[in-house]
Design a protein around this ligand. Structure first.
Ligand code: 6CM
Length: 247
């Protein structure tokens, strides 16, 4: 059968050997495993989690946390999307080709290193938020399959001598993000666009890396995270329409 470019580039169902021999592998493996496990843990009765956005099946929680006056609020979001698979969700989140189409806080994106088909290192600059300085980030990004029809992308800050922090106009921020997606469909049936549902758990912790007014930062997060998750999920639904389902 003829395969489209998209199908060929979908996240691989098994780890790429080039990743497992890379110097970052132990860290990438440890943090990804931890993040994916934590992503599906419920926040329900958890201490300190406050619901700050709710729309349809989407729920977003944050835990207010400050270290030396800097906002580091961990964020956790749950969502459910019909008609697309976990693998498709992660494909559009991981693959840089689509990023400018759904990521509205982005100013520039550079691929610093192509480790393997399932791991990349990015440098990104974000739109400036008045009155704070502009921020940039340098992070590895890894997509993998996990148990139980799950795919997940983990992004975590790293360093690279070609991209020293705080050297230009930008202050370096530090990020740990995990988008974990799990698909389900009726028992005994084959998965189709009409019967598949994908549960999404998105976790993000951003250390702003330097002073930024707490009130402004929290207001930006409160506005931007729901906007991101709604926009990203509807983008993936739109992209997948009319294409064969990729499990
Ligand atoms: O997870 C998201 N995007 C990924 C691909 O770009 C990646 C991004 C991580 C960086 C998250 C930084 C959030 C900060 C954005 C606000 C602008 C800078 C703040 C300046 C401080 C004063 O994992 C989606 C991220 C959606 C963010 C709303």
């Amino acid at each position: 059968a003829e395969r489209t470019r998209d199908q060929v580039e979908l996240p691989p169902p098994a780890l790429d050997n080039r990743l497992t021999v890379h110097s970052l592998w132990p860290e990438i493996n440890r943090i990804s495993t931890e993040q994916i496990q934590a992503a599906f843990e419920e926040v329900g009765g958890g201490i300190g989690w406050q619901l700050f956005a709710e729309e349809g099946d989407m729920r977003m929680y944050r835990r207010e946390m400050e270290v030396d006056g800097m906002v580091m609020d961990p964020l956790k979001a749950m969502h459910k999307v019909r008609g697309v698979s976990a693998r498709e969700m992660c494909h559009y989140f991981f693959n840089p080709r689509y990023r400018y189409e759904w990521e509205t806080t982005l100013e520039t994106m550079t691929i610093v290193e192509e480790i393997s088909s399932d791991a990349l290192v990015f440098h990104q600059t974000f739109k400036r938020i008045w009155p704070a300085s502009q921020r940039d980030a340098l992070f590895w990004s890894h997509v993998r399959a996990a148990e139980d029809n799950t795919y997940a992308v983990t992004n975590h800050s790293t360093s690279n001598t070609d991209y020293p922090p705080n050297s230009g106009a930008c202050i370096r921020l530090f990020v740990t993000v995990c988008l974990a997606c799990r698909s389900s469909w009726p028992a005994g049936a084959a998965p189709t666009r009409d019967n598949i549902t994908t549960s999404i758990a998105y976790c993000s912790t951003v250390n702003p890396g330097g002073w930024a007014p707490a009130g402004v930062l929290r207001a930006v997060y409160k506005r931007e995270y729901p906007k991101f998750l709604k926009r990203f999920t509807s983008y993936v639904v739109d992209q997948c329409r009319g294409k064969p389902l990729a499990i």
